[in-house]
Design a protein. Structure first.
Length: 98
């Protein structure tokens, strides 16, 4: 039970902050289409990296994490830019509904 207005709004603000912190940002509503060499990569899962679509550590404190993927040979990839794909780090077409 909320006892006063300040407590009520304090609760709402806290809940909004928690929701914002766990929501990944949409950097673009289309995939990043890249030709990459074989190797290990870290896809940005929070959308806050300045090195899109790869992690630069900006997820720190958000509760969100990057996702590692490995290419065994050089190839073209379609990495999700909307952060809503069900097959991350790869685009699954979900961005078309945003
Ligand atoms: S860019 Fe996210 S599903 Fe296509």
């Amino acid at each position: 039970m909320v006892k006063d207005v300040d407590s009520f709004y304090g609760i709402i603000t806290k809940k909004q902050n928690e929701a914002n912190m766990s929501e990944p940002e949409i950097t673009q509503k289309k995939p990043y289409v890249l030709e990459l060499e074989a190797g290990d990569y870290w896809w940005c899962g929070c959308g806050r990296s300045k090195s899109q679509p790869f992690c630069d550590g900006s997820h720190s404190g958000t509760g969100l994490t990057p996702q590692k993927f490995t290419l065994t040979e050089k190839g073209k990839v379609w990495l999700c830019g909307c952060r809503r794909s069900g097959k991350s780090p790869h685009c699954d077409g979900t961005h078309k509904a945003l």
